[in-house]
Design a protein around this ligand. Structure first.
Ligand SMILES: CC(C)(COP(=O)(O)OP(=O)(O)OC[C@H]1O[C@@H](n2cnc3c(N)ncnc32)[C@H](O)[C@@H]1OP(=O)(O)O)[C@@H](O)C(=O)NCCC(=O)NCCS
Length: 254
C-alpha cells in the first residue's frame, strides 16, 4: 500500500471481479501529449465529437484521458480491446457497458484526478471533489443540502465547515449517481452524514425508508485536497483501491 491507500502493483493478466469486491481505480489526468494522443485514438466517434466540442484544451485533455482510461479498464475486465468497448446510456445519462455481463461502473473527475468504481451485479455511484475554497459556501449549502444536513453543517466549527461541506456534497452526489438519476432527483429529499470523522451513511430518504439499508456508503481520501464517496448497492462487499499509472500501458491483455 502507498500513500492514500492505493495498491500500485497491477494484476498480471485480465482483471476479474466477484460480487463481494468493488474495485476503485484512481488516475491522474495530466498525462503527457503522447499518451493523450494514444488515448484519444481509443475513443468512439461520439466521444471524439464530444471531445472536440470542449472550448478549453485543458477540459478536452481531461475528458480524453478519463474516457481513454475508462475504456482501458473496462477492456481489461471484459477481455476486449479498449476501442471495441461499447457503452450505453440511461435516460439521465449514466453510462454502462453494452452488453454489461453484470459489470457496473461509475466515474467521477475533478481537477486533475479521476476515480472509477467497478462492481459486479451491484449498482455503484462514486463522486470526487477537489477541496477548493468556496466563497459562496453558505448559499451553496442552503441551496443544495436538506434541512437536516444544513442544521448539522451550520453547527460545525468554522475549521470543519469546508470538509463537512465536501463530505455532504460527495455523498449526496455519489448516491444520486448510484441511482443513475442525476440532478433530476430532489437533493433535499434525503439526508447523509457529513460531520468530519463520522462514518459516511445514508440517514433517511423521504417516502422510501428501505433505501437506508439498500445502500452502503464509504468515504475515503483519494489524494491531498480531494474528498471522495462511494455508494454501493447492498452489504457484504469490500473496496479494493488501485492506482492507474504509466506502467499500466506495458501490461498486455491476457
Ligand atoms: C452529471 C452528474 C451525474 C454528475 O456530475 P458532476 O458531479 O459534475 O461530475 P462527475 O465528474 O462526478 O461525474 C460525471 C460522470 O458521471 C457519469 N454520469 C453522467 N450522468 C450520470 C447519471 N445520471 N448517473 C450517474 N452517473 C452519470 C458520466 O460518466 C460522467 O462523466 P463523463 O461524461 O465524462 O463520462 C450530475 O449529478 C450533475 O450534473 N451534478 C452537478 C453538480 C451538483 O450540483 N451537485 C449537487 C450535489 S449536492
Amino acid at each position: 500500500m502507498t500513500e492514500y491507500g492505493y495498491r500500485r502493483s497491477l494484476e498480471p493478466a485480465g482483471l476479474d471481479l466477484t460480487r463481494d469486491r468493488v474495485d476503485v481505480w484512481a488516475t491522474r489526468l495530466d498525462f503527457d501529449p503522447q499518451r493523450v494522443k494514444h488515448l484519444a485514438g481509443l475513443l468512439s466517434p461520439d466521444e471524439q465529437a464530444r471531445a472536440a466540442r470542449f472550448r478549453f484544451a485543458v477540459h478536452r485533455r481531461r475528458f480524453i484521458v478519463a474516457r481513454g482510461v475508462l475504456r482501458t479498464l473496462l477492456g481489461r475486465y471484459t477481455n476486449a480491446a479498449p476501442e471495441s468497448v461499447r457503452l450505453k446510456y440511461s435516460p439521465a445519462g449514466k453510462p454502462s457497458p453494452d452488453p454489461d455481463h453484470g459489470l457496473r461502473f461509475n466515474l467521477s473527475h475533478s481537477h486533475e484526478l479521476a476515480l472509477y468504481a467497478i462492481a459486479y451485479e451491484r449498482e455503484v455511484g462514486v463522486d470526487l471533489e477537489y477541496m477548493r475554497p468556496l466563497e459562496d459556501i453558505e448559499r451553496l449549502a442552503a441551496g443544495t443540502f436538506s434541512a437536516r444536513e444544513n442544521a448539522v453543517w451550520r453547527q460545525l466549527p468554522d475549521a470543519q465547515k469546508q470538509e463537512g461541506f465536501f463530505n455532504c456534497w460527495t455523498r449526496k452526489e455519489a448516491y444520486i449517481k448510484a441511482l443513475g438519476q442525476g440532478l433530476s432527483y430532489p437533493l433535499d429529499q434525503f439526508d447523509v452524514s457529513l460531520k468530519p470523522g463520522e462514518p459516511a451513511r445514508l440517514l433517511s430518504v423521504t417516502g422510501t425508508p428501505q433505501e437506508v439499508t439498500r445502500w452502503t456508503f464509504q468515504a475515503f481520501n483519494p489524494g491531498e485536497n480531494y474528498v471522495a464517496a462511494l455508494v454501493v448497492e447492498g452489504q457484504g462487499w469490500y473496496m479494493r483501491r488501485w492506482q492507474y499509472d504509466d506502467p499500466f500501458k506495458d501490461v498486455r491483455r491476457a
